[in-house]
Design a protein around this ligand. Structure first.
Ligand code: KE4
Length: 424
């Protein structure tokens, strides 16, 4: 099926003159899959339409926020009402207290929370709070996990950094990265070694409770529990980066889903309902270190923005009212995973509504095994699916994100296109 792309092409040429790579976030440039990136015009439900009028089943949902689907009527109405009262005040508003109360209600481990404007900012701030609270410097992260683009996290990072082929970034100085220690996902021994080599120096271990930036890599049985135990034994804080898993796996996120409590947690995506929102929170004694209560400074002009809070609050309240969504999402994820496995195209990992088809036959349990995937084959698959009106992540090392408004028919359409590719 040949799609028209003239308008996307024209916009891309214009954008490339004024935006690095023509985009405001690298993965959107389609560098990993080739061809012209599609410039989107509008979305509704589980659908996207690009500027040339091509329609797609959306399999990324803005990389996670759109769990209710695009243009949820209640969210749109809440935003429309909020914007009339004021776009931003730079002063405290009641919605921010409501958001903190709601998240604490849904996630009991979050006794206190601070709103910021992105997942990156949430992670940056959580790391600073952990260092301020423990008076320690070092942080353990896992190869292949992506925690946003703060300097200290761009070490063997996942997502677009991994897609770009160099899992580190230029411009990150040795000084910025020297306190970042690298462990192997699902390998507790690699963490034990770092604790033994750095006694009393590790402020925090930060982990994606489900790796979703090296493709989807579930935690092995006992992995998260093991991290909790090692952190307790060493006076180190455990940080769950739930920018993707928060409010996606369960109302209580990965902490509820896996039954493991973190000391701090970071959020983004879903808590903004599509608007720019991040947050970090956790134990009151830790968060009490954050300015103006404590000496860990962090600030933000648009933090707790009233319009963004309206979108996020409405989204979370809708999830709270209908917790059955999580079973529905898991059923869809399982159906899609089983169908994709049946094509024989590769290894499929799935947790709830997060899944990834790796173009390789081996088990994918960490960064090293994920890297064995045939990214050229993924690119051909991506282009085939795009031509069939299915918008996947334009890179192998990302996740598919399902929403509550993807229908069984949508899933069948995706599977039919994947089978067609497999049988070529
Ligand atoms: P943002 O700064 O992009 O809001 O959040 C950074 C971040 C932090 N932690 C995790 C676990 C994340 O997945 C992310 C961002 N996710 C990517 C998708 N893999 C965002 C997409 C993009 O960079 O364009």
């Amino acid at each position: 099926m040949v799609q028209q792309t003239e308008k996307s092409q024209s916009l891309f040429e214009r954008a490339c003159k004024v935006l690095p790579g023509g985009v405001n976030s690298p993965v959107r440039a389609f560098n990993a899959v080739g061809g012209c990136p599609r410039f989107m015009a509008r979305a509704s439900g589980a659908r996207l339409w690009d500027v040339d009028g091509n329609e797609y089943i959306d399999c990324i949902g803005s990389w996670g926020p759109m769990i209710l689907g695009h243009g949820d009527p209640e969210v749109v109405e809440a935003v429309q009402k909020a914007v009339v009262d004021g776009m931003s005040f730079g002063a405290a508003t009641g919605r921010e207290a409501e958001m903190g109360e709601l998240i604490s209600q849904l996630v009991p481990q979050v006794e206190m929370i601070r709103m910021v404007n992105s997942g990156t900012e949430a992670v940056m701030s959580a790391l600073r709070a952990a260092r301020g609270f423990t008076h320690r410097h070092k942080i353990v992260k896992f190869a292949g996990c992506y925690h946003g683009h703060a300097d200290s996290m761009l070490v063997k990072a996942g997502s677009g950094v991994l897609t770009g082929g160099d899992p580190d970034s230029a411009g990150v100085t040795p000084g910025a990265a020297q306190d970042t220690l690298l462990a192997r996902y699902n390998d507790l021994a690699s963490v034990e070694t770092l604790f033994a080599e750095n006694p009393g120096q590790i402020a925090a271990v930060i982990v994606e409770p489900v790796g979703a930036n090296m493709g989807v890599v579930p935690p092995a049985a006992g992995f998260l529990q093991g991290l909790r135990k090692l952190c307790d034994q060493n006076g180190t804080l455990l940080i769950f980066d739930e920018v993707i898993t928060g409010f996606r796996l369960a109302l209580g996120g990965a902490q509820e889903y896996f039954g493991v409590s973190a000391d701090l947690v970071t959020y983004g995506k879903i808590i903004g309902g599509g608007m720019p929102v991040g947050a970090y929170g956790g134990r009151r004694e830790i968060m009490s270190c954050v300015s103006p209560l404590g000496k860990v400074y962090q600030a933000g002009t648009l933090s707790g923005n009233p319009v963004a809070m309206a979108a996020g609050l409405t989204t979370l309240r809708k999830l709270q009212r209908d917790p059955g969504i999580y079973d529905r999402l898991a059923q869809k994820g399982q159906k899609l995973a089983e169908g994709l496995r049946a094509t024989g195209l590769g290894t499929v990992n799935q947790v709830g509504s997060l899944l990834c088809l790796f173009f390789q036959q081996g088990p994918v349990t960490d960064y090293e095994s994920a890297k064995n995937s045939d990214t050229a084959a993924y690119a051909r698959y991506f282009q085939h699916m795009l031509s069939r009106g299915i918008y996947l992540a334009p890179a192998q090392f990302e996740a598919m994100f399902l929403s509550d408004v993807h229908t069984q028919e949508d899933l069948e359409t995706i599977l039919a296109a994947a089978r067609e590719f497999a049988n070529q």
